[in-house]
Design a protein. Structure first.
Length: 270
């Protein structure tokens, strides 16, 4: 990553590694968000396998402390080849400490992936490319994902988008709350830019057309974010607190609206 922001990113995730180690809270304090991200990724993996899509070579780019990789390895039939790439050396070290069976951990930069062309069947990013704090570098990263995927391979893309933040802030304003902001170490995607950037390389897979409620929609966290980031602070007159009983109580709600910046997109390489 370029000097303008690489040290900021390295320092942020160095602290994450030191403070949270192998815990699920690393990079995400919200247990419901983390749980639904992992569940959504694994459900899509199973669905692709059920449909006969290639699923042997799975790469988690920005794998952090290896939490998702361990979940993959614990499937009844795990991927034949599992790789984690992580930019921060301290996070790499934590991921390696897991000793995930059948998994290779390497340090790597999403802007210039240390992988051969067409060498992957599935690529996963979980809030990774939003750490690339330059639009052209983000576009380069998305092109790199396309390069390493085999034709017809799939990109399970969990990233953050400004349209979800805008709708959440409209709801917060109605409830008398100050707007939320993009974290200092992120640059969130603008939806039109994202769709235009991936269009030459990927087709968007419309999971809603499957009419299978177990498959996550792009807004899979929307209701949770409305409850936790708008309703909870409005009712309690407190700052947002994670993992509260009130928020857990409403966690049964299906996703409605577009109140979460974090969204899940399934893309198929052309």
């Amino acid at each position: 990553m370029t000097e303008s922001y690489s040290e900021l990113i390295l320092e942020h995730y160095r602290k994450e590694a030191e403070l949270h180690g192998r815990d699920a809270s690393s990079t995400m304090r919200d247990a419901i968000t983390r749980g639904r991200e992992v569940a959504g990724i694994l459900r899509i993996f199973d669905w692709l396998r059920e449909r006969g899509a290639p699923t042997d070579r799975v790469v988690d780019i920005g794998c952090g402390n290896g939490y998702l990789l361990e979940a993959f390895s614990q499937r009844a039939t795990p991927p034949a080849g599992l790789t984690g790439l992580e930019y921060t050396p301290e996070m790499c070290a934590v991921a390696r400490e897991r000793n995930v069976k059948g998994c290779t951990i390497a340090q790597g930069d999403v802007r210039a992936l240390p992988l051969a062309d067409s060498s992957c069947d599935i690529v996963v990013t979980e809030r990774c490319i939003i750490n690339v704090m330059d639009r052209e570098d983000q576009a380069k990263s998305l092109r790199e994902v396309s390069r390493v995927l085999a034709p017809g391979g799939h990109f399970i893309c969990i990233e953050a988008f400004t349209d979800g933040l805008a709708e959440l802030n409209e709801a917060r304003a109605e409830l008398g709350l100050e707007p939320n902001a993009v974290p200092y170490h992120n640059m969130w995607f603008e939806k039109p830019w994202f769709l235009d950037t991936v269009a030459p390389h990927f087709d968007v897979v419309d999971l809603a057309a499957e009419r299978d409620p177990s498959l996550p929609a792009p807004n899979f966290l929307s209701s949770h974010y409305f409850i936790s980031r708008a309703l909870y602070p409005a009712v309690t007159k407190r700052e947002v607190l994670y993992n509260t009983h009130l928020v857990k109580f409403f966690s049964f709600l299906p996703p409605m609206g577009n109140y979460s910046a974090i969204q899940l997109w399934l893309l198929r390489k052309k």
